[in-house]
Design a binder for this molecule. Structure first.
Ligand SMILES: [Zn+2]
Length: 210
């Protein structure tokens, strides 16, 4: 109980607010509020201060989280947008990993804790350059557009949350074209920096039995 009290004091007041702090399905530490509800996600987002796992809405527990991890690969591998990455830290609610329909937002540590429940360890961790640059690039564009992930979806990757008004969608389209190259020029060194400090945008993990 003392640990919980100490932890609650170390996070921002608004992050610890709310009627309850359910346990993290990966490591059992209490979850705290991270992002308020936005339309494209349909629910507020909580995060674990210990392993970094993020959850949109409610979690049904460890089995559901493991099933979501398996959906990003299979029982032996996973590839996901890294919630502990530099792009997420800088992007916040504009992070491109927060696309419509997403439920669990994984980190390497969260995945490690989860697969330990089925007696596996992470035996290889790899940064995936192409998708990582794309994620950081889209995160930068999200900071200037009304909609979310518009450019990547236009290129056939992932799901967008277009702006509501037609004039906003027009501006988003124009901004995505005009700013595509400047955003790429910023995204490349930013993502390389993240990867250097093990905060790459997209990671690929391989698991093996203990
Ligand atoms: Zn956790």
């Amino acid at each position: 109980m003392d640990d919980l009290t100490t932890r609650a004091r170390t996070v921002p007041l608004e992050a610890g607010a709310g009627p309850d702090n359910p346990p993290c399905p990966a490591c059992s530490e209490p979850l705290f509020g991270w992002l308020a509800e936005v339309d494209r996600l349909g629910a507020p987002v909580r995060r674990c201060e210990s392993c970094g796992l993020g959850i949109v809405g409610e979690s049904a527990g460890t089995e559901e989280a493991l099933a979501a991890l398996a959906q990003s690969g299979d029982q032996e591998r996973a590839r996901f947008a890294n919630r502990a990455g530099l792009a997420c830290s800088l992007g916040g609610a504009g992070w491109a990993g927060l696309e419509p329909g997403v439920h669990y937002l994984f980190t390497v540590e969260a995945a490690r804790r989860l697969v330990a429940r089925r007696d596996q360890v992470v035996h290889r961790r790899r940064w995936v350059p192409g998708p990582s640059f794309a994620l950081t690039w889209q995160t930068l564009l999200n900071s200037v557009t009304f909609g979310h992930n518009v450019a990547l979806a236009a290129l056939g990757h992932g799901r967008a949350a277009p702006a509501e008004e037609r004039w906003q969608r027009r501006i988003d389209g124009l901004a995505s074209i005009v700013l595509a190259i400047p955003a790429a020029i910023v995204a490349v060194p930013l993502e390389l920096l993240g990867a250097l400090f093990r905060g790459g945008g997209v990671v690929d993990l391989r698991f093996e039995l203990l």
